[in-house]
Design a protein around this ligand. Sequence first.
Ligand code: NAP
Length: 336
Amino acid sequence: MLSVPLRTREIHLESRPDGWPTPDNFKLAEVDLPVLDDGQVLVANRYMSVDPYMRGRMNDVKSYVAPFQIDTPLDGGAVGEVIASASNDVAVGATVLHGLGWREHAVLDAGKVTVVDTSLAPESAYLGALGMTGLTAWGGLLHAARFKPGDAVFVSGAAGAVGAVVGQIAKASGASRVIGSAGSPEKVARLKELGFDAAFDYHDGPVSASLKKAAPDGIDVYFDNVGGEHLEAALSSLNLYGRVAMCGAISQYNSTEPSPAPRNLALLIGKRLNVRGFLVGEYADKSAEFAEQMAGWLADGSVTRDETVREGLDQAAQAFIDLLGGANTGKMLVKL
Ligand code: NAP
């Protein structure tokens, strides 16, 4: 039986970044743990997620998710073990997924946690391929981009959490060709091991030239994690009636100036392209279907989960900054 701690550590937002975040924007704080109210659980977090969307939440702007507040803890996806429970619904010992990351312990109403099955996959998978980033890949490719067998698919940010899963789902679902772009030769080599037909390092020259070489017959679907020059290149390589799932624009998250690209939007007209922005929450009602399909792909080896794991809450801010800089292959996690 684990003893219940009285105090815990969490990361607070110390200041808002202008451009790239720095460690000074974060503060490690030690705080008292509250006594559980009826219906609450105490979770010892085992893994927390760092995600690109958190960069937007560091700005004080209205968006689809509320900004973090100065001098208060950050939050985000986490998995952990219930070590005390005042709820009849969630027992001590359960492994749960919830939204109070960036801290070593979390006190939540039992209704705010989801018990996960660790016999199906390790707990960390519920922050990656079996969790939010996997659902993003699945929903974005199969629903937003309306992927169909025979499509040639290009995905940017392809060695990251979402991108690597997009490429592997496309392969498993009958894509005619899957092309990925990523930021280093090691990542390009990894994509080929994962079954991508072609991959290139976007630092090696103009993206449009690299993409044309990798996809001489054009592409039917572009899954955009990056925006800017990548989106411009994809619009130019898309075939008639091509589709774009706009998932993210990470090349712009730390920019202080708007991106000039894409400069070729008029191509949408002649090529009759369909460009669809989406948020993962749109597919929440399809979570069960997603989980069943993804568990099957993980079990039969169609999808491999890559993870980059940093150790300790005091490494969380640096892990997040490094994620934005591309230090991760697959899902970036912090083990607590
Ligand atoms: P990730 O891809 O695992 O990590 C971010 C990656 O972005 C880095 O590893 C880095 O890889 C790449 N990157 C950074 N700066 C770049 C630049 N200037 N140009 C090209 N690539 C750059 O993160 P993720 O969680 O899977 O998220 C991927 C994208 O999906 C993000 O844009 C995120 O905001 C978006 N997203 C959207 C939703 C939604 O609901 N719409 C949900 C989840 C995620 P390299 O080494 O390859 O540069």
